[in-house]
Design a binder for this molecule. Sequence first.
Ligand code: NBG
Length: 825
Amino acid sequence: MAKQASARLADTVRTGLSVGEIKRDFLDNLRYIQARFPEVASSNDLYQALAYTVRDRLLERWVRAAQRYRETAARTVCYLSAEFLLGPHLGANLLSLGISGEVRAALDELGLSLDRLLAEEEEPGLGNGGLGRLAACYMESMATLAVPAIGYGIRYEFGIFDQAICDGWQVELTDKWLRYGNPWEIPRPTITFDVKFGGHTEGFVDDEGRYRVRWIPEREVRGMAYDTPIHGYRAASANLLRLWTAQAIESFDFQAFNVGDYYGAVDAKIRSETISKVLYPNDETALGKRLRLAQQYFFVSCSLRDMIRIHLQVPGKGIDSFHEKYAVQLNDTHPALSVAELMRLLVDEHLLPWEQAWEITRNTFCYTNHTLLPEALECWPLPLLKQVLPRHLEIIFEINHRFLNDVRMRYPGDERRIASVSLIDESGEKTVRMANLACVGSRAINGVAALHTELLKAHVLKDFHALWPERFSNKTNGVTPRRFLQLANPELCALISETLGEGWVTHMERLRGLEQHASDTGFQARWRAIKRSNKARLADYIREHAGIELDSDWIFDVQVKRIHEYKRQHLSALHIVSLYQRLKQDPRLEFPPRVFIFGGKAAPGYFMAKRIIKLINDIATVVNADKDVNQRLRVAFVPNFCVKVSEIIYPAADVSEQISTAGKEASGTGNMKFAMNGAVTIGTLDGANIEIRDQVGEENFFLFGLTADAVRTEKEKGYRPRDVYDANPTLKAAIDLIASGHFCGGDRALYGGMIEGLMNHDPYMLFADFEAYARCHEDVGRAYLDTQRWSKMSILNVARIGMFSSDRAIREYCDEIWRVRPVIV
Ligand code: NBG
């Protein structure tokens, strides 16, 4: 009997899911990993002990999945991305394992609070915004759908900076997310690859008489793998996120040390480690920095060689079937060097003939484009590429030579076309166009929303579309409802489950069942009570972190996203100033009280974006302090918008601002997260807004502004913002008030440049859209006052948002691009 019990116990050590087992293992980890006992343990010790307890339960599934994938030699997705913006792991993993209740109870018994430990986690901010967060959502959905997948990226020692607001300005602080260690990752000191940089190449004839090329590098850097399990929701399996960290090959140069050069001895180590030191904090801008190129090549080379290593482990599998084993997705052009690197590996190291290597390469990669902004399209100067990757430049020339020959055959004499599709831009300083390299080297090319894909086909990639229309398709983005609805909005989820039963979170189309309750006043009242309690939670957060008092009965109108001129946070600022002026003039104006809430980081070198943050904060200071208006209008800037903070914000929004200039926002994903939490959108016909509106119904969406086509024709006609200013007294008054220095102690210079730019150029058409935007906000206010109408709109937004689950997106990628099937573990 005792023997049986102890066997049973041994079975469940590290895997048992009952309250007792979790409590026992938690105390065990506290003692044997943290070396602490409860009375002296810090909050962080307790968090770590809990994280290890949860991790153990994941690893069990992870190892089983890995075994199964190996046995079945399953076709595998490799998602190559320079960014993965994961957000905190603990809550997500508790949810996916389905043990939040047990863990809470176990901690309760010990007198500890789960919420306090959740708050301890430093989130891995290894991304800038939408692109990195999309990669994280897709990893989660692939795990949930049991699609074998490996995410490959960089383990930045410092992720996206922490933002503080001082005197209204953004201040950047280093993100030391690894400072207390990272319990979710498993270092793999035996999985390493040495990556070459610089030097030169030499041609030679090998023993068998073949012409070959040797790359003699200037230096080598070692890449070491760190693995993080990505668990699927209530799934038996887990996938792998493998991030590379850069190390020196010799950590200490004894020769230098022996001749007395102590600093020289550690110099190489520091230089090598720099590669994975820090994430470039630029969103939607490509700046041709050598270190960035090195980062891209570093992770691409390690990842491709790791894939080859794994593939060749399977008995009977040779390099020639590489493309049958993997579908490799290039998340934007950051990993586009993969095309040249795989050719190098196949030709120089695996000795395949060029033609066969090209067949394999072209059948391996798929490319997702994420932007139409010209300044975000990556181009590397030839001299830089030659210095850092001399062999790759040769390979790129060879690919280009063969490719342009084909194009010339199809379109003889069409030099415009040749120049446009060439991998080399020769119009100014010669550069390699990474988007062109990605297109030529991929069998599938996709945009991230319907309009975006159409614009790619019609403009940015028009000549590639003409060559290979069959390679193009649209894959509208999606977001994971686990993190952004279940974790973020548990009360709403409880109501939905009570109404529809469980299971909808992996079958989001079932939310349609809410439609029949949309007009039920009892249901509406419960719906509103939940929104109100989420608003109270956000109000607490804002009081604590921005020192601003908010009333949960007001309209919470929210714009959170990276700060960028094309996203037009300053259009909202102009509108707020005009409201402020109206309220000052007419204290009796009928006006539903509202707070405009902002959040988002600016790239540290983006002058205008930082000015926009300052402007919002300056307006907030004046408006919030003005007794004539502050009982009806307030403004709050939430510092340090990140995944963790976003989970408090989305559920609390009444209105979601998605107001980019039409034709500029590829998709947007915040728009989906808001609507999923019952916010009603005010937005332009841009990115996925269009599809969101189609889904939720035009009567449940506040539309304004020029279309992408109209923006184009206005500009062709010679758009003159100053004329709009002269003709619109409200706009004029708002601009003049800002220009007068009213919001910044009379300093007329501070916003002088911004105003000048708007008056004379206004490239993002704020003035052109201002009036429509202001009028649309009037409609929003009226609709909100009609409580039943508003509640119905909110419910219908959730009911009809199912298509924007990342599960749908991943299914489309699997069926239409990757040809990968789930493997049931
Ligand atoms: C961003 C777009 C967003 C889109 C995300 C994810 C880049 C380069 N692009 O509109 O601006 O939602 O990608 O696709 O960050």
